[in-house]
Design a protein around this ligand. Structure first.
Ligand code: 0RQ
Length: 509
């Protein structure tokens, strides 16, 4: 893979992952690449985990602060969490071991809007960045870097870190060269200027990352595929959710509130979001565009079928099978895909200007349409808010979706009061479950509650939730958003106590 390292100075800094990991001091804050498993470093984090394990086995206290683009991979979050090597983590994670440590109170986790991370670092809000560990797919003779399968916060890590370790992954397709658009025009207030983008596929930057060669302390050649995970097969519920959304979008076109080819699509992470894209692929919509965060299999299908003209994202989060399909047609597809820094893919100014249709999954919503995307039973983290807030607040249309129940029906995803709120009622215009779609636009809270209960709640929870709402209407002091405060979170407590949210008298579905 040395033929991907074309700069003479950087060739002199080639070393093994073990040697590079020795250069990361205990207590350092490290910014690593990776947005999903796409483009995450593969060798240095594992070597660092081995080093941490060795030192801590002898009584050491070696832990690092870990900043990334978003979630990463078992080789990064997984390996470092297993050796209890992470002290402070931001801005998003989805690793089971890390999650367990966060929820046990052993790891400090700061869950941030993904568009905020880079600028918070520029502003100095998060403290100093010591080391950047960034995977690239090649180094040009002049030292500029060909990015890998994600861009994430890499531009910021390279700019801000004192020292840089590069993993040069010759296993990444050469066709990635030219697919990136790195914007260097984002100044700090009060010197900011409009970002010159009008359409999702506009190029506003450069294809390569800039890098101060004096800061590069190690170059580690690797040859390995991203550890991408597969999506669950489409189930009936997610297909119903998709069908409700397609019907709604058709209705909006008929009423002149959306153009025939819709507006740029944003689709969230996870299985439900992927299923909705499959639904759009079966629909009559043509010539669509996407301005989103992760390009997942469902988007690839839409690009391949021609229904999607172009897609802008910050990461290629394809399944192993999807990645093979991408590689087979990379030369053609790369003309229609742009990968950007996450402060641009998720930028409020651009999301508002281009008028996105945002479609994100939820964990629970309450009867007024407040949405929880991050917490289980109010206190445990699932993953994090990711980009959902960036899109939901600023989109043309903000849609949230979920099956109406979880854990075999023991949990209602529509509850009297959300046990944690990531997206307030003000940022949630449309709520969808397999039961139906509630269009909440222009409705006051009590009207929203009636519609959500009628359209979205699972039949096995409809009576108890109607009963709660009716009694709240009678017993609540305030009638703007009626609640029975001593009862509002009782469904969650009942689940913790009994393993089910169902009232004792209510028969199982
Ligand atoms: O857990 O598999 O252990 O049973 O949550 O649920 O239904 O498979 O949904 O994969 O789409 O994930 C919100 C977590 C949904 C995700 C969330 C359990 C359920 C299952 C997953 P099991 P599904 P998805 C930015 C977009 C935040 C970030 C974001 C997410 C597991 O979409 O992290 O939006 N979003 N980024 O059983 C307890 C409930 C539950 C529940 C579901 N009420 N209580 N457990 N689960 N509801 C923009 C981008 O472009 C990326």
């Amino acid at each position: 893979s040395a033929d991907r390292i074309l700069n003479d100075v950087l060739r002199t800094r080639i070393m093994s992952a073990e040697q590079a990991a020795e250069l990361i001091p205990a207590g350092a804050t490290v910014g690593m690449s990776g947005f999903t498993a796409a483009g995450a470093p593969k060798a240095v984090p594992q070597a660092l985990a081995r080093r941490i394990e060795r030192i801590n086995a002898q009584g050491g206290q070696f832990r690092i602060g870990l900043w990334t683009g978003a979630s990463t991979s078992p080789e990064l979050d997984g390996a470092l969490a297993k050796v209890h090597g992470i002290d402070r983590r931001l801005p998003y994670q989805s690793d089971p071991v890390a999650r367990q440590q966060i929820n046990a109170g052993e790891m400090n986790y700061i869950d941030l809007h993904l568009s905020h991370v880079a600028q918070y670092v520029w502003f100095g809000f998060l403290g100093h960045l010591d080391v950047a560990v960034v995977e690239v797919s090649g180094i040009l003779p002049d030292g500029r870097l060909i990015p890998s399968t994600s861009v994430g916060n890499n531009k910021t890590w390279l700019d801000q870190a004192d020292a840089i370790i590069l993993e040069v992954n010759a296993g990444q397709p050469a066709a990635l060269d030219g697919m990136h658009d790195i914007y260097y025009g984002t100044d700090r207030p009060p010197n900011r200027k409009p970002i010159p983008m009008l359409h999702p596929h506009d190029r506003i930057g450069e294809p390569y990352l800039r890098c101060d060669l004096n800061k590069v302390i190690a170059v580690v050649p690797t040859h390995a595929a991203d550890k991408l995970s597969a999506y669950k097969p489409l189930d009936e519920d997610s297909q119903r959710i998709a069908a409700h959304i397609v019907d709604f979008l058709e209705h909006e076109v008929q009423h002149g509130r959306l153009p025939r080819n819709l507006l740029p699509l944003q689709s969230g992470v996870g299985n439900i979001a992927n299923a909705v894209l499959a639904g759009l692929n079966q629909s009559a919509f043509e010539d669509m565009t996407a301005y989103t965060e992760v390009l997942q299999d469902g988007m690839l299908d839409l690009l391949e079928s021609g229904k999607l003209r172009s897609a802008s994202a910050t990461a290629l989060a394809l399944s192993p099978e999807g990645f093979k399909r991408f590689e087979a047609r990379a030369d053609e597809l790369r003309q229609r895909i742009l990968l950007r820094p996450q402060e641009i893919s998720n930028h409020p100014e651009l999301i508002r200007r281009m008028g996105l249709i945002a479609m994100n999954a939820l964990i629970e919503a309450d009867i007024y349409g407040n949405v929880n995307s991050t917490h289980l039973m109010g206190t445990s983290i699932m993953n994090g808010i990711g980009g959902s807030g960036d899109y939901a607040r600023n989109a043309y249309l903000s849609i949230f979706m979920s099956p109406s129940t979880a854990k075999g029906g023991q949990i209602s995803c529509i509850v009297p009061m959300a046990s944690h709120v990531d997206h307030t009622e003000h940022d949630v215009q449309v709520l969808v479950t397999e039961q139906g779609l509630a269009d909440l636009r222009g409705l006051a809270p009590r009207q929203r509650a009636k519609l959500i209960i009628a359209k979205c709640v699972h039949p096995s929870y409809r009576d108890p939730i109607s009963d709660y709402f009716e009694r709240a209407l009678k017993g609540s002091v305030g009638q703007q958003t009626p609640h029975l405060l001593t009862e509002a979170l009782s469904w969650h407590q009942r689940y913790l106590d009994t393993g089910s949210m169902r009232p004792a008298a209510s028969p199982a579905a």
